[in-house]
Design a protein around this ligand. Structure first.
Ligand code: THU
Length: 160
């Protein structure tokens, strides 16, 4: 028997002001689009903004449903929209922010497992890493250089 040790890397920014101009603007758009969340059940609003290689920005917010599993997370709303509208354009950066209507979120809110799997699909497809920045309503921002840091040992088409 032997062991495999997996190391992950996350860069930590104390707040949004430490981000580059481009990423700060992208996160501001994620914050703005968070307001469009349809979250009457969880009262938890998530905004996602994607910067594409061609400079276009694609936005998404979580969309809930009375039949709970029929809703969709902000990250997947955004990434599926990017794939649908710009199928051959690479995704460079994804910015995510989450805020609750009922209690403040002051720590970075990471994407859920299903969203990580969806992000991984697009990273494999385009064969270049997707930078992922995520935060709560206020406070620190975490950055991952690739989905690999958030989803090691991922399942992809090479396993099929
Ligand atoms: N949610 C997202 O939009 N992204 C995530 O990565 C985690 C959860 C949404 C789904 C649901 O509308 C609400 O947050 C509470 O789970």
């Amino acid at each position: 028997m032997k062991e495999i040790n997996i190391t992950t890397h996350i860069a930590v920014y104390n707040n949004i002001n430490e981000l580059s101009f481009t990423v700060n603007s992208l996160m501001q758009q994620a914050i703005e689009t968070r307001k469009n969340a349809y979250a009457p059940y969880s009262k938890f609003r998530v905004g996602a903004a994607i910067l594409l290689e061609n400079g276009k920005i694609v936005l998404g917010s979580n969309q809930e449903n009375a039949a709970y599993p029929s809703g969709l997370c902000a990250e997947r709303v955004a990434i599926f929209q990017a794939g649908a509208i710009y199928p051959n354009v690479k995704i460079v950066t994804l910015a995510i922010t989450a805020a609750s209507d009922t209690n403040p979120t002051t720590t970075p809110i990471p994407p859920c497992g299903a969203c990580r799997q969806s992000i991984a699909e697009y990273e494999f497809k385009q064969e270049t890493p997707i930078e992922i920045y995520f935060m709560g309503e206020t406070g620190a921002v975490y950055k991952s250089n690739s989905i690999g840091n958030l989803l090691p040992l991922s399942f992809d088409k090479t396993s099929l």
